[in-house]
Design a protein. Structure first.
Length: 159
């Protein structure tokens, strides 16, 4: 996958977390997710992508990171993965995908994003089509790690 497609997601992730949750995530080294490889997480939000780019974008958090995001966003103490956390994870996923979509649109790519789907459960697993590469971008904040998985097949249309 071309780094031209990854950078908007990285930028959008940092922007969403710093703006909405007052967190400054540090980025680790991106890597290709292998078939069957699991990301350790407790909650994730997935956004489907269709058009010149097709696939999905998933952001996955540990419970401690997800709770900290909600505490910072809403100014309330959270002690479980409740509806507020679920809504916030969906909104963060939407902001990441939407921000990246805007930047990629400026480069001439046209695609649509779906509504977020949020999954809760210790070490749940998201399956991706085998013909679409999945790049994992690890991030960390003081409360722990989180991951953005970008699984996109891009129709370059000669670009």
């Amino acid at each position: 996958m071309n780094v031209e497609y990854l950078n908007p997601f990285i930028k959008s992730t940092v922007n969403a977390l710093s703006t909405m949750a007052c967190l400054e995530p540090s980025r680790g080294n991106p890597y290709l997710r292998k078939t069957g490889q699991k990301i350790e997480c407790d909650i994730s939000g997935t956004i489907g992508v269709a058009g010149e780019a097709s696939g999905s974008v998933t952001v996955s958090f540990s419970e401690s990171v997800a709770r900290k995001i909600v505490e910072n966003m809403l100014g309330i103490q959270v002690d479980s993965l409740n509806d507020d956390v679920k809504d916030a994870v969906g909104e963060i996923a939407n902001m990441i995908a939407g921000g990246a979509k805007g930047e990629l649109s400026e480069k001439g790519y046209s695609f649509k994003i779906a509504l977020p789907v949020v999954c809760i459960g210790k070490d749940h697993y998201t399956e991706y089509p085998k013909d679409i590469p999945c790049v994992v971008i690890p991030f960390s904040v003081e409360e722990g790690a989180f991951y953005v998985e970008i699984c996109l097949k891009v129709d370059d249309n000669g670009k």
